[in-house]
Design a protein around this ligand. Structure first.
Ligand code: SF4
Ligand code: SF4
Length: 445
């Protein structure tokens, strides 16, 4: 069974919610939409205080080429445009909407009818995806319309559907495959049409045999779409790792892209969102979120409208357990700790994890013993001990030479370090600083 070759770790899967059918979360009283929910420029509001909106009304336009629009997930009245501390822990501009009823834009097809035939041209499909604000839903939130237009000199031959969900605890993609496989297959066909190719591979880790079986049965009569079970290894959901696992191809260091080795990778949740946008004219305003934790009373998978405060999801799952030591947006490896439970669900919110104190507590940090375990674990072939040290001593040129910008923030280094060094924290900090320096340098050119 295939997997990637460099680094990686085997954390406990803890998929507590894999058998829980997706339920629908109640509507919030007020929905909050941060304007930065994607990689690139923040969106620009196109509504004002007092405006009335419906479910699916556009409330913010893309703020540049690399950006995405944002739609209301509720009907009601714009209460204010203000700031909120989002899941990144930073204060960001946001649109606040007071909820009144649940009235949808009439242009959205709300029926359960499966739409099979897409008569739109490639250009019309890309325009629709852009107009519906679709971004990568695996966490990176890269605007999808940009990703579907790879550089002209790259000969794309394979679409890889990322259904790996290697992050512990999370089961949103797993449930989506079990509950909506037909829509996923149609979404794949739409993407193949846009890319002008005829080969797609759905990569699924072996710990989801039911999803592998469902997707195999749905693709058995479809030519060009293959289901590929993959050996479990974290972070197999990283683009470079998945491309190697599926095709054996190695993506060169930045600025090379997956397109340079003929691949486009789309998360399975994004594929579903593309189906809904193209066939149902439905903007991206809701998603599945896994709400989980070992002490959580009712761990669940919830279909949640964007902008819903995470406090509401916690309440739905039976409340915050007393032993909670850390509240995380996402999974334990790549997720971000939340300061409190007021942050809203956004396009990239895949899960909400309430980690017990005993699992969350940091162990005492000791000196590096030069064991090189962090180097062996790094899937990007970096030297995490060195990158952390030079970030601490603010040697940004050494950090850049050491390819700190290639770090995918997977956390493999930190989890393997016997000295409990907070390697990821330092590398993240260094990456932010070096990224700023590179941007400033490029702006001067
Ligand atoms: S340095 Fe970055 S890419 Fe390498 S293991 Fe650490 S977090 Fe992952
Ligand atoms: S794993 Fe920890 S102790 Fe070992 S070399 Fe890396 S930083 Fe040092």
């Amino acid at each position: 069974m295939n997997t990637f070759t460099i680094g990686g770790v085997h954390p406990q899967a803890n998929k507590l919610t894999e058998d829980r059918k997706t339920e629908t979360a109640p509507l919030p009283v007020q929905a909050v939409f941060p304007l930065s929910q994607h990689i690139g420029a923040p969106a620009v509001p196109c509504v004002q205080k007092g405006d009335r909106v419906l479910v699916g009304t556009k409330i913010a336009e893309p703020g540049g080429f690399m950006s995405a629009c944002i739609h209301s997930s509720v009907s009601g009245k714009v209460a204010k445009i203000d700031t909120i501390v989002d899941a990144s822990g930073l204060r960001k501009p946001a649109v606040f909407i007071d909820v009144e009823g649940d009235e949808w834009e009439p242009s959205i097809d709300r029926s359960d009818r499966l739409v099979l035939q897409c008569n739109m041209s490639r250009e019309e499909i890309v325009e629709r995806i852009k107009a519906c604000g679709i971004v990568g839903m695996g966490g990176a939130c890269f605007p999808t319309h940009v990703k579907l237009c790879p550089p002209k000199d790259c000969a794309i031959d394979t679409l890889i559907v990322n259904a790996v969900e290697c992050e512990p605890y999370l089961t949103a993609d797993h449930r989506l495959m079990l509950e909506c496989p037909d829509q996923i297959i149609i979404g794949i066909k739409i993407i193949l049409k846009v890319l002008g190719i005829d080969r797609a591979v759905i990569g699924i880790e072996e710990n989801k045999p039911d999803a592998i079986a469902v997707m195999r049965s749905k693709t058995s009569m479809v030519s060009g779409i293959e289901v590929m079970p993959l050996r479990m290894k974290y972070p197999q959901g990283g683009e470079k790792q998945l491309i190697e696992a599926v095709t054996g191809r190695q993506v060169p260091p930045p600025p090379a892209l997956p397109a340079n080795v003929g691949c486009v990778v789309q998360n399975v949740g994004t594929v579903y969102a593309i189906y809904e946008a193209v066939m149902k004219n439905k903007p991206l305003f809701e998603r599945i979120v896994t709400v989980t934790g070992k002490s959580v009373k009712n761990p669940c998978n919830l279909k949640v409208r964007m902008g819903t405060p995470v406090s509401q999801l916690i309440e739905y799952a039976g409340g915050m357990p007393e032993d909670t030591g850390k509240l995380i947006s996402g999974g334990p490896m790549m997720g971000r700790p939340l300061l409190d439970d007021t942050a809203p669900v956004v396009k990239g919110t895949s899960g909400l994890l309430m980690l017990p104190e005993k699992d969350a507590a940091r162990k005492e940090e000791r000196n590096c013993i030069r064991c090189a375990k962090c180097v062996s674990a790094c899937p990007m072939g970096l030297e995490p001990y060195l990158l952390a040290t030079v970030s601490q001593s603010q040697e940004w040129d050494v950090a850049e030479e050491g390819m700190i910008m290639s770090c995918i923030e997977c956390g493999c280094c930190q989890t393997t370090c016997p000295s409990n060094r907070p390697l990821l924290d330092w590398v993240r900090l260094g990456k932010n600083r070096v990224g700023g320096i590179i941007r400033a340098r490029n702006a001067k050119k």
